[in-house]
Ligand binder design. Structure first.
Ligand code: GDP
Ligand code: IMO
Ligand code: MG
Length: 421
């Protein structure tokens, strides 16, 4: 039966999307990324090996699946080439199974320099960007200056590139950033030759024809709902729509084609970069979560800030995305803790609320309750999970009114428990 399902993050990214997409991919004909770019780091683990993907969809290790980089993505050809090279030792043929939208925007070397310059200019208010050029590339897209993947074979590509680069150089000079990118520029043009070997087309037709022909599609989100440019903790967000709506604009899929929305979240919260984080633990317990959860960024290696599960924020994300099923990861990280905390409300100016605030400041408090811990030593089915973990799950289901359908208990594909229907 034909269908489009969307899998996306409900927190500040790094919820385990890569693992979940890789696990679910055999149920689909196509896996497609719809937004973001090399700011993403999606980790997959199987057969004792760990893989980190940045722009390539997480269905790539399944040889019978078509993987699409959609029009909503911003692509850095230099990073793309590195990712393709890293796939070489494996028994897959990305030239055959990976298709790029001709409308995806290109990240050029000056975009990353601009990212750096703009962050420096913000000083203590910096966003904590991954500095992969994401913001400047999306800025050029909406400013209608951007270069698209389909442009690279056009005769005037170099002229367009030079024009855009000279605009960037003027901005970089104003920002006081050293403007030497000769090495990156030659790497960029070499990498374009790799990009040209791939299928580049109007993937909106590929996808919609696949839907007409009864094929199934999994749209893979990057980042998380709380980093969405509209609804996240603005301005401490990324520059794309990370929500379900982004799958429509980022792939050319009409909303009525979407069936399931899988919302993925960690049993606690993490955030990399700056910005509000209501349940953040800035103490020994936060360090403990970071250590137990191995919480350092898959793209930048930065330590992730850690805190308890935030139900008002999770509920907000379920509402914005129309989540039909929840997937919870990292239940194992909380294993063996005496008590686990969960935030049910915020207190803002003496008033209790369940609404995610317009702005969250240190004057606001996350009101938490604690639940007894659990141990995940041994093998479990959904129904045999420890009683306190089942209670934790049912609290989440009660609060969000969305069923928890999958539990992840470790980084490997195999460490996945599905709730029987
Ligand atoms: P993504 O960006 O959403 O794909 O997530 P990342 O790959 O950036 O971060 C998730 C990290 O958690 C990766 O290192 C995964 O291998 C790991 N992971 C995923 N699910 C689980 C889980 O259930 N338990 C544990 N311990 N690690 C997990
Ligand atoms: P995945 O797909 C976690 C964060 C950055 C920064 C903010 C803006 O792996 O979940 P940007 O580079 O977009 O200008 O950064 O967003 N951020 C992520 N945090 N996971 C991600 O992706 C992220 N992509 C961006 O840390 O705070
Ligand atoms: Mg990640």
């Amino acid at each position: 039966m034909s269908k489009v399902d969307v899998l996306l993050g409900l927190q500040w990214g790094d919820e385990g999307k890569g693992k979940a997409v890789d696990f679910l991919a055999p149920n689909y004909d196509i896996v497609a990324r719809f937004q973001g770019g090399p700011n993403a780091g999606h980790t997959l683990e199987f057969k004792g090996k760990k893989h980190v993907l940045h722009q390539i969809p997480s269905g790539i290790f399944h040889p019978n699946i078509t993987n699409i980089i959609g029009n909503g993505v911003v692509i850095d050809p230099i990073i793309f080439r590195k990712e393709i090279n890293a796939l070489q030792p494996f028994d897959i043929n990305p030239i055959q199974t990976l298709v790029l939208s001709n409308k995806a925007q290109l990240i050029i070397p000056t975009h990353s320099l601009l990212d750096k310059g703009l962050e420096q200019e913000k000083g203590t208010n910096k966003i904590g960007s991954t500095l992969r050029g994401i913001g400047p590339a999306y800025q050029d897209k909406v400013g209608r200056y951007g270069l698209r993947v389909g442009d690279i074979t056009e005769a005037d590509f170099k002229a367009k590139y030079n024009k855009l680069t000279s605009q960037h150089v003027a901005m970089l000079q104003r920002l006081g950033v050293a403007v030497d990118f000769t090495a990156q520029e030659s790497e960029f043009f070499e990498s374009l030759e790799i990009l040209k070997r791939f299928k580049i087309q109007s993937t909106e037709y590929l996808i919609n024809n696949a839907i007409l022909n009864g094929k199934s599609i999994l749209a893979e989100g990057a980042q998380g709902t709380l980093l969405d440019v509209e609804f996240g903790s603005y301005p401490y967000v990324t520059s794309s729509n990370t929500t379900a709506a982004g799958a429509c604009t980022g792939l050319g899929i009409a909303p009525n084609k979407i069936k399931n929305i899988f919302g993925i979240f960690k049993a606690y919260c993490t955030r990399v970069g700056s910005g509000p984080f209501p349940t953040e633990l800035e103490d020994e317990q936060g360090n403990e979560l970071r250590r137990l959860g191995n919480e350092s960024g898959a793209t930048t290696g930065r330590p992730r800030r850690c805190g308890w599960l935030d139900l008002p924020a999770l509920n907000y994300a379920c509402m914005l995305n129309g989540v039909t099923q929840l997937f919870m990861t990292k239940a194992d990280v909380l294993s063996d803790m005496q008590r686990v905390k969960v935030c049910y409300d915020y207190e803002i100016n003496g008033k209790t609320t369940k609404e995610f605030p317009f702005q969250y400041s240190r004057m606001h408090t996350a009101k938490c309750r604690s639940i007894g811990g659990w141990s995940l030593a041994g093998k479990f089915t959904f129904d045999s999970l420890p009683e306190n973990l089942l209670r934790f799950i049912s609290e989440i289901e009660h609060y969000t009114r969305v069923p928890v359908q999958m539990i992840s208990t470790g980084p490997d594909r195999e460490d996945t428990i599905i709730k029987p229907n």
